[in-house]
Design a protein around this ligand. Structure first.
Ligand code: NAD
Ligand code: ZN
Length: 371
């Protein structure tokens, strides 16, 4: 499919330059030659998790070996705890054992967990090795593998240590998603719904019309939509690589989502599920303070339900969510910057949402079993 070519040597150096993405179905065998075409000369060090490695490891190694990358693969346990300094240290030792050099490439094969960890290690080993993402979750394809955020968690909190380190290429084979659970797929589409409401009203029409095919990841329908979503992320990040301005719109739904995830110790909801609830919260806030046009909230709720995503988070103490909101990193000074949707494709960042409104909306979200 489309291959947005950019001069690979300059991708990381010129602020605002676009990351290269390639999206297609069944393209994994072409990875090795694609990397050679990008000018990568050295060897390839593949980082994955145990589950993804068992499913797709052999295929990626074959593709890289075919063109002389002398690849090897290391896998971490497939859980969030692996995004740690301990696992990063294990990967550094492995790279040292393999005598990794500056001309080599680190390839992250997995979801956002692997992408963040492999990216962090690539950013820091020898002060930076080339990084390529091969994302294997829908969330990673349309969101986390683009934008250069890498990092690990500390016992005190998620993503506290990290670096902005864009990949040279995010190579997305939609076929790799066929082994995901339906729940993981729905969770990924929550970010697609987000792009629709913040940027792309026509995308909302497509997500509504082709929901069945997209939920099934039917190749003909899902490949171009994944590419469209990924391109939205590329575009926004290119405008604001360091998250100082416009990139904040990607945070739609995330202020409440992060607070819900933290209040439930990241156990109860997948990220996209929390984002779905958070978008509904933000849309309710927008409606109550007269920012959101009528109909936006209803359309969002319908779409969220259509994709099998939750619309509420019953049983959580509102105080826990409110605490989490004020601790969110997107808070500047002491005011929360709410990303609100006025109408599809039109956002507004609002700092002065009355606390009473936030309280009411959070109370509604934790009370209602469903809308
Ligand atoms: N860097 C960013 O911009 C960014 C953005 C959002 C989220 N994140 C991070 O991403 C992580 C979550 O990522 P995720 O939702 O992709 O989950 P994940 O990477 O934790 O993967 C979820 C599960 O799916 C399995 N899996 C992955 N691909 C599979 C496949 N093709 N078939 C079968 N199983 C597969 C994994 O082994 C794992 O068990 C979090 O750590 C979050 O902080 C980063
Ligand atoms: Zn997200």
């Amino acid at each position: 499919m489309t291959n947005q070519q950019t001069d690979s040597a300059s991708v990381r150096d010129i602020p605002g330059n676009r990351e290269i993405i390639r999206v297609g179905h069944g393209i994994l065998p072409e990875l090795g030659s694609e990397l050679r075409a990008l000018g990568i000369r050295g060897r390839a060090h593949v980082v994955s998790d145990d589950r993804v490695a068992a499913l797709h490891g052999e295929k990626i190694l074959r593709s890289l070996a075919d063109v002389g990358f002398e690849p090897d693969l290391i896998a971490v346990p497939p859980r969030e705890e692996s995004k740690s300094l301990d696992q990063a240290a294990r990967l550094y030792s492995w790279l040292a054992d393999r005598r990794a050099e500056r001309a080599d490439v680190v390839v992250g094969l997995g979801g956002g967990l692997v992408g963040d960890l492999a990216g962090f290690v690539a950013a820091t080993y020898l002060r930076g090795l080339a990084l390529v993402h091969v994302p294997t979750t829908l969330l990673a394809q349309i969101d986390s593998s683009i934008g250069g955020k890498t990092g690990v968690n500390l016992p005190r909190g998620k993503n506290l240590v990290g670096a902005f380190y864009p990949s040279l290429l995010s190579f997305m084979d939609v076929q790799l998603l066929s082994t995901l659970s339906p729940r993981e797929i729905s969770s990924g589409w929550a970010e697609g719904i987000k792009y629709g409401f913040i940027l792309d009203p026509d995308l909302i029409d497509v997500l509504e019309r082709d929901a069945d095919e997209l939920i099934r990841l039917e190749p003909f329908h899902s490949t171009p939509i994944i590419e469209r979503c990924a391109n939205h992320k590329v575009q926004i990040v290119a405008e604001d690589p360091r998250e100082r301005g416009r990139r904040i719109i990607l945070n739609f739904g995330h202020t409440i989502a992060h607070a819900i995830e933290s209040a439930t110790s990241y156990q109860r909801f997948l990220h996209g599920e929390a984002v779905a609830i958070g978008m509904i919260g933000a849309a309710r806030i927008a409606e109550r303070i007269g920012v959101g046009k009528s109909g936006v909230l209803d359309r969002l709720v319908n779409l969220v339900q259509r994709y099998g995503l939750p619309t509420s988070a019953p049983g959580i103490a509102p105080a826990h969510i409110l605490d989490g909101i004020s601790l969110d990193k997107k808070v500047e000074g002491r005011s929360v910057r709410w990303v609100l949707v006025e109408e599809p494709g039109q956002t507004r960042v609002e700092r002065d949402v009355p606390l009473t409104v936030v309280n009411e909306v959070i109370s509604d979200l934790v009370r209602s079993v469903d809308i």
